[in-house]
Design a binder for this molecule. Structure first.
Ligand code: CMC
Length: 443
C-alpha cells in the first residue's frame, strides 16, 4: 500500500512500513534510523552521527533556511506548487471580499472566525486603542521632513515599548492581549502620522465612528480636524481586501524576525519594529514600491523588451516577480488583479497597468522566467492599486506593514505558547582562521 500523504507530508502507512529514514554514515559504517514526522526529520537527530567520540555530531547546513522548518504552526498553510494559501484552513479566495480585515485578523490571532459578540468586543477593543500618547506626536515631529515613512513606522513601533513597560511581561496572557489590541489599533495611526509628517500637515486623530480602513483613510487625507472627509466606500472596501491579502504569509522574512526577536522574550513593540525593519527591504515588503518605480522607468510598452534583456543579462531583477515558496501563480496576485478593476472603476485606470500587463505577458512566455518558475507575486499589482487610490509610493511598504501586524502577533503568540520553542540561535560552520597568536611586540 502506498504511503498515505497529507499536505503536511508522509504520516506513515497502514501496511506497517516505518516512517523513518535510514542514514548510512560512510565515515564510520554505522546506520542511524531517523524518525520522519509530518514530512520532516529532526535536525537534532543528525547529531547522533559522529565521526569519532570527540566529534560534535552532524549539523544540517541550510543557508537562508531554504529547507528548514523552524517551528510547527497552525496559522497559515501555503502550497507553493499548487498556488494555495489558507488562513487557519480557510482559502484566501473565500476570505477576501467576504470577511473584513479585522475578522481575518481575529481569525489569525485566535484561530477561529469571530462570533457576533466576539467580533463586537474585538472591534471595540481595537477601536479604543487607536489613539497614541501625545508624546508620540512630539517624538515623530523630530523626524526629518523627508524621512521615509517606513523608517518612521519602524522607529515609532520600537518607541512604543517605552510607553508600555508592562509589555515586557510576555508570559502574562492578559498583558499580551492588551498589547495585541494596542498594536493592531495603533499601527494605522502611526502610519498616517508618518504620512502627514512628511507633508508637514497637522496629525488627524482617529475617529471611533469609522471602520478600520475608513478611519485610516481619514487620518491620511482629512484636510483638517474640523473639515469633513468621507472616504469612497469602494476604496475603503478595496483597501480592506488588500489588508486581508497581506495579513499573513507563514514563515516569511519579517515573521521569522518577529519570532526570532520575540524568542529572546523581548516585548512585542521592539519585536514588531524588528519585523517591520525586515519588511522594509526591497526583496520583501519594499518590493511594491520598487515595482511602481520600475514601471514608471519603463514608461511605455515599447520599452518592455529592453528591461527583459537587462533582467536576463543579470543586471537587475524584475521586481514583483518570483517567490521563495510560490512556484506557480501567487494566489494573492490573482485576487488583486481582479480587485484592481473595482478600484479603477472609481479612480480611473492606472496607466501603468498596460505596461505591467505587457511585461507580465512577455515574462510569462520567456524561457528565462519559465525555467526559473518566476511568476508575478503579491507586489506586482498591489502598487498599481495603491497608486490609483492616491497613495504616494513611499507609503506602500507601510500599507503592507499595517495588516501584517496581525500575522506577526499571531506567530509571536504561537511561538511563546509552544513548549518546543527556545531562544532562536542557529549554528554556523566556521570558515575563519585556525587558532593563531598575536606576535610578540617587536622592540
Ligand atoms: N527577476 C529576475 N530573476 C530572478 C528574480 C526576479 N525577480 N527572482 C529570482 N530570479 C532568479 C535568480 O536570479 C536565480 O537565478 P539563477 O538560478 O540563474 O541564479 C533564480 O531566479 C532563483 O532566485 P533566488 O534569488 O535563489 O530565489 P529566492 O527564493 O532566494 O528569492 C525573491 C525570492 C522573492 C527574493 C526573488 O524572487 C526576488 O528577488 N524577487 C523580486 C523582489 C520581489 O518581488 N519581492 C517580493 C516577494 S513577495 C512579497 C513578500 O512576501 O515579501
Amino acid at each position: 500500500m502506498p504511503t498515505r500523504k497529507t499536505h503536511a507530508g508522509s504520516v506513515g502507512t497502514k501496511s506497517g512500513r516505518r516512517s523513518s529514514l535510514t542514514v548510512h554514515d560512510n565515515r564510520t559504517g554505522r546506520d542511524y534510523e531517523i524518525p520522519i514526522e509530518r514530512g520532516a526529520v529532526r535536525a537534532l537527530d543528525l547529531r547522533r552521527a559522529k565521526a569519532s567520540d570527540a566529534d560534535f555530531g552532524l549539523l544540517s547546513y541550510d543557508p537562508s533556511f531554504q529547507n528548514t522548518a523552524a517551528c510547527k504552526s497552525g496559522i497559515t498553510f501555503i502550497d507553493g506548487e499548487a498556488g494555495i494559501l489558507r488562513y487557519r484552513g480557510y482559502p484566501i479566495e473565500e476570505l477576501a471580499g467576504r470577511k473584513s480585515y479585522l475578522e481575518v485578523s481575529y481569525l489569525l490571532i485566535y484561530g477561529h472566525l469571530p462570533g457576533r459578540s466576539e467580533l463586537a468586543n474585538w472591534l471595540h477593543n481595537i477601536t479604543y486603542h487607536t489613539m497614541v500618547h501625545e508624546n508620540v506626536k512630539k517624538f515623530m515631529d523630530g523626524f526629518h521632513h523627508d524621512a521615509h515613512p517606513m523608517g518612521m513606522v519602524v522607529s515609532t513601533l520600537a518607541a512604543l515599548s517605552t510607553f508600555y513597560p508592562e509589555a515586557k511581561q510576555v508570559g502574562d496572557r492578559e498583558i499580551r492581549q492588551r498589547q495585541i489590541y494596542r498594536l493592531v489599533g495603533k499601527i494605522p495611526t502611526i502610519a498616517a502620522f508618518a504620512y502627514r509628517h512628511s507633508l508637514g500637515m497637522a496629525y488627524i486623530y482617529p475617529d471611533n465612528e469609522l471602520s478600520y480602513t475608513a478611519n485610516f483613510l481619514a487620518m491620511m487625507y482629512r484636510p483638517s480636524w474640523t473639515a469633513r472627509y468621507d472616504s469612497d466606500p469602494v476604496l475603503s472596501k478595496a483597501l480592506d481586501t488588500m489588508f486581508v491579502l497581506h495579513a499573513d504569509h507563514e514563515q516569511n522574512c519579517s515573521t521569522s524576525t518577529m519570532r526570532t526577536v520575540g524568542s529572546a522574550r523581548s516585548d512585542p513593540y521592539v519585536s514588531s519594529a524588528a519585523a517591520a525593519a525586515a519588511l522594509y527591504g526591497p526583496l520583501h515588503g519594499g518590493a511594491n514600491e520598487q515595482v511602481v518605480q520600475m514601471l514608471q522607468e519603463i514608461g511605455t510598452k515599447d520599452n518592455v523588451p529592453k528591461l527583459i534583456r537587462q533582467v536576463k543579462a543579470g543586471k537587475r531583477r524584475l521586481m514583483g516577480f518570483g517567490h521563495r515558496v510560490y512556484k506557480s501563480y501567487d494566489p494573492r496576485a490573482k485576487i488583486i488583479k481582479e480587485a484592481a478593476d473595482s478600484v479603477f472603476s472609481t479612480t480611473g485606470k492606472n496607466r501603468l497597468i498596460d505596461v505591467a500587463l505587457a511585461l507580465e505577458k512577455v515574462a510569462l512566455s520567456d524561457d528565462y522566467f519559465i525555467k526559473r518558475r518566476l511568476y508575478p507575486n503579491v507586489d506586482f499589482y498591489s502598487g498599481m492599486v495603491y497608486q490609483a487610490m492616491g497613495f504616494p509610493t513611499d507609503i506602500f511598504p507601510v500599507l503592507f506593514a499595517i495588516p501584517r501586524m496581525s500575522g506577526w502577533l499571531a506567530h509571536w503568540q504561537e511561538m511563546l505558547l509552544d513548549e518546543e520553542q527556545k531562544i532562536i540561535r542557529p549554528r554556523q560552520i566556521y570558515t575563519g582562521s585556525r587558532e593563531r597568536h598575536v606576535p610578540d611586540q617587536e622592540t
